[in-house]
Design a binder for this molecule. Structure first.
Ligand SMILES: [Zn+2]
Length: 388
């Protein structure tokens, strides 16, 4: 039977949520039956994190961008898996084609056609940002224009961060996945990456019908994306508001778990489980005011809730797999790259390398502070200081 490697990325899934059997019972059953690790993401934002998982490198290690460029193609996962049928199905429209993660896959789906207006507006904003140039990004003009843009999109109902109805749900990704399985040539090994946005803001379970809860969720979502709440700037939320948001987040996690169970049950029914390696992780975590921050702001990893991620390896192919941690005992989500290539190659024992991120990415005058860095001297994860 053909090998099937599946990488599931839950956007913004905290490990304490993932580890809670009351919230995610199925995921915890998988953990018990197979293996799991306490892992960290290399960054607190999707594009950097995905770039790490898809190239096995820290963004900036190869060049000063997290985009998949020609330079990175030799290490780009779908290119390395050239004997495999490869596919990427993602409900995170923001962090796929814009950063080149759509390249090289035999099948790619990001549901953009279901949201043409969002796509068009994003392209406009990207062009506008390029026109403004990075040096102008911190000016009042840029910030005012950005604010005006978000107000306009909100008014038009086009902002996916604010319009709860625009979120592409688990079911859409799942349906696309099972349809795509039919396209894989018989006997061919396959690699599938599935990216689920359900636990990302705006948090509101599709099951919630209570008008007051919906109204309050909308109000707080706007607060989270207001000019002070975005991009990691400090914004104070009351304990009551944080509790409300956390409850909505937990409901999303519960829904996700139910649907994950359905997915695995279906894989088992299709007799694909024995030849499956299922890796489940998150691109990063999420903060709920622990150190004053909410969401997972760029440039701020002092709150480790942003970068702690669940990491579970399940499926028939996980049964006799031996993952040897690096000497420092840390596991990063970018190590997934080595695990996938190892299993694709038929290895039963995979030794993870020690990642010395400080040496790899510290460059003068380079924006490198978006990464979580491991300091091999202090033997701890540090919050890097932005270059002066
Ligand atoms: Zn993300």
């Amino acid at each position: 039977m053909a090998k099937q490697i599946i990488l599931i990325i839950f956007d913004c899934l905290r490990p304490d949520t993932a580890n809670n059997p009351a919230l995610m019972p199925f995921l915890n059953d998988l953990k018990k039956e197979y293996m799991s690790f306490d892992a960290h993401s290399i960054a607190s934002a999707t594009n950097f994190s995905m770039s790490g998982m898809f190239t096995g490198t820290v963004p900036l290690e190869i060049e000063n961008t997290w985009h998949i460029t020609e330079k990175k193609e030799p290490v780009y996962l779908p290119k390395k898996l050239n004997k495999f049928y490869t596919q990427y199905i993602t409900s995170n429209v923001v962090t796929c084609r814009k950063f080149g993660f759509d390249k090289g896959f035999d099948y790619f789906e990001d549901f953009l056609k279901e949201r043409p207006q969002v796509g068009a507006n994003r392209q406009k904003l990207t062009r506008f940002a390029a026109f403004m140039g990075n040096k102008l990004r911190k000016t009042i003009f840029y910030n005012s224009a950005r604010k005006a843009y978000f107000y306009l999109q909100e008014f038009l109902g086009n902002n996916p961060n604010l319009n709860l109805g625009l979120k592409i749900r688990f079911k859409s990704v799942n349906d696309a996945f099972f349809n795509s399985l039919k396209k894989i040539p018989a006997g061919k090994d396959s690699f599938t990456a599935l990216h689920f946005i359900d636990s990302h803001t705006p948090y509101l379970s599709y099951k919630i019908k209570d008008k007051n809860i919906i109204k309050e969720a909308k109000r707080l979502t706007k607060e989270l994306y207001g000019d002070k709440g975005d991009d990691g700037e400090f914004k104070t939320f009351s304990e009551k508001d944080i509790t409300f948001l956390k409850e909505r987040y937990d409901e999303e996690a519960k829904d996700t778990d139910e649907q994950l169970k359905e997915m695995v049950d279906k894989l088992k029914q299709l007799n694909k489980w024995d030849e499956t390696l299922l890796i489940i992780t998150a691109d990063h975590g999420e903060a709920f005011g622990e150190t004053g921050y909410m969401k997972h702001p760029l440039g701020e990893v002092s709150n480790l809730n942003h970068i702690r991620v669940p990491f579970i390896i399940a499926g028939g192919l996980a049964k006799d797999l031996d993952i040897k941690k690096a000497n420092n005992g840390l596991i990063w989500n970018k190590d997934i790259y080595d695990i996938i290539l190892g299993v694709a190659d038929g290895q039963k024992q995979i030794q993870l390398k020690e990642n010395d991120f400080v040496r790899g990415v510290r460059k003068k005058n380079t924006v490198f502070y978006i990464h979580a860095l491991y300091d091999p001297v202090k033997k701890e994860i540090i919050n890097p200081v932005p270059p002066a």
